[in-house]
Design a protein around this ligand. Structure first.
Ligand SMILES: NC(=O)c1ccc[n+]([C@@H]2O[C@H](COP(=O)([O-])OP(=O)(O)OC[C@H]3O[C@@H](n4cnc5c(N)ncnc54)[C@H](O)[C@@H]3O)[C@@H](O)[C@H]2O)c1
Ligand SMILES: [Zn+2]
Ligand SMILES: [Zn+2]
Length: 395
């Protein structure tokens, strides 16, 4: 089968023939239908968030189960699955206390670039390849841990389900699970990429009164307004603080979400949040960077500064629930897909991502089964794959 391999940091991905071993005990073989291009993959390509190479990247995918290894009970061939990059163990302190996204059992394997057991199932001409975030979805097929498979309804397009594997759950969960945005709240979102736009949608569907999206790219500000933002501000030319003060009687927002991945914005978000408000840090800054916060206000204003990993999600609860909301027309997730690519076009997709043209780019695999109609007119379903060379926005 074919996969896009990162042989070395800062090199383009190479699409090559790769061998995939059969799933071992507790493992599952999945045929990918679609995989999103996330900024986190890009951070690994550049080395800002290192991971062992040579590897098959990709951690935002959905597909169909092909076969299962010994002892697998949770999924069966033919199931539609969203792949979770936290294959949580189910019995550690974090899993037992309802915070499976923080499950630490698998962390050593994550850093080592293997499956949870330490095994690797990918190789190229006899050279073992590393896995990435347990998933390695930039491939026609992959082998993952059973716990990484979240079975989902089979009447939503897998190209939409793929986004739930990272961006959507991350942005939605930051708002719903971590900040617990209340009806009537004012929410500020920095960055209108796949994660930030998902936060915008979730804030509005949670009943927020004002949702302010801060984003330098005009097309994404426009999309943010279509997806539920009440205001969209260009940080390079407009005064974000003045907008926030005007909407909140000078008090600041209830909740600020940093989804741009710029660590200096954490301090900005802190300054624009009201007393007792919540700042959720979602963007992943480079290894070794740190944020700066004003000491006295940190104490006196009782603001909560919190990270959110994977939308603080409970994958097997939240992912099917998010897709139910999509199917009911309450979260127009398909609107996130700016264009689709073939696997061979993946490097072009990343260039589009870093040049700011994509809300989300999605690689689709033509041979994979996809489900029928989108709830709100999907642009991202296979079949709508943009012709090679077509400009973003057309696909
Ligand atoms: N916490 C998690 O579990 C988790 C999961 C997935 C992704 N992430 C991280 O979240 C971040 C967003 O991911 P994405 O895939 O949506 O990225 P993206 O690149 O698609 O979106 C980032 C957006 O921020 C905008 N931006 C740049 N400078 C800005 C500024 N000064 N003010 C406001 N916006 C600005 C960009 O134009 C872009 O639209 C990345 O850092 C990614 O690594 C975190
Ligand atoms: Zn991601
Ligand atoms: Zn656990």
């Amino acid at each position: 089968m074919r996969a896009a391999v990162l042989f070395e940091e800062n090199e383009p991905l190479e699409v090559v023939e790769v061998d995939l071993a059969d799933p071992g005990p507790g493992e599952v073989r999945v045929r990918l239908a679609a995989t999103g291009l996330c900024a986190s993959d890009w951070h690994t390509i550049t080395g800002a968030i290192p991971s062992p190479t040579p590897s098959v990247l990709g951690h935002e995918g959905a597909g169909v189960v092909v076969s299962v290894g010994q002892g697998v009970r949770r999924v069966a061939p033919g199931d539609h699955v969203v792949l979770s990059w936290v294959p949580n163990c189910g019995y550690c302190r974090y899993c037992e206390t309802g915070r499976p996204n923080l499950c630490a059992t698998a962390t050593p394997a994550l850093l080592a670039g293997t499956l949870v057991s330490g095994a690797r199932r990918l190789s190229h001409r006899g050279l073992p390849l590393y896995h990435y975030s347990f998933l390695s979805t930039f491939a026609e097929e992959t082998v993952v841990d059973e716990a990484a498979c979240v079975v989902v309804r089979d009447d939503v397009p897998l190209s939409v389900a793929a986004l739930v594997g990272c961006a959507v759950t991350t942005g939605y969960g930051a708002v719903v699970n971590r900040a617990r945005v209340e009806p009537g709240a004012t929410v500020l979102v920095f960055g209108a990429g796949g994660v930030g736009l998902s936060a915008v949608m979730a804030a509005r569907s949670s009943g927020a009164r004002h949702v302010v999206a801060v984003e330098p790219e005009a097309t994404k500000r426009a999309l943010a307004l279509e997806l539920g933002a009440t205001h969209a501000v260009d940080p390079s030319g407009e005064d974000v603080a003045a907008t926030v003060r005007g909407l909140t009687d000078g008090e600041g927002v209830d909740v600020a979400i940093e989804a741009a991945g710029r660590v200096e914005l954490v301090g900005v978000a802190f300054g624009l949040t009201r007393r007792g408000g919540t700042i959720v840090c979602v963007g992943v800054p480079a290894v070794g960077s740190s944020a700066s916060l004003p000491g006295p206000e940190l104490v006196r204003h009782e603001k909560v500064v919190t990270g959110s990993l994977y939308g603080s999600c409970r994958p097997h609860v939240d992912m099917p629930r998010i897709l139910d909301l999509y199917a009911e027309g309450r979260l127009p997730l398909d609107r996130l897909v700016t264009r689709t690519y073939t696997l061979d076009e993946i490097n072009a997709g990343f260039l589009d991502l870093v040049s700011g043209r994509l809300a989300r780019g999605v690689v689709t695999f033509p041979d994979a089964t996809d489900a029928a109609p989108a709830a709100s007119g999907a642009t991202g379903a296979p079949g709508s794959t943009g012709a090679p060379g077509s400009t973003p926005g057309e696909g």
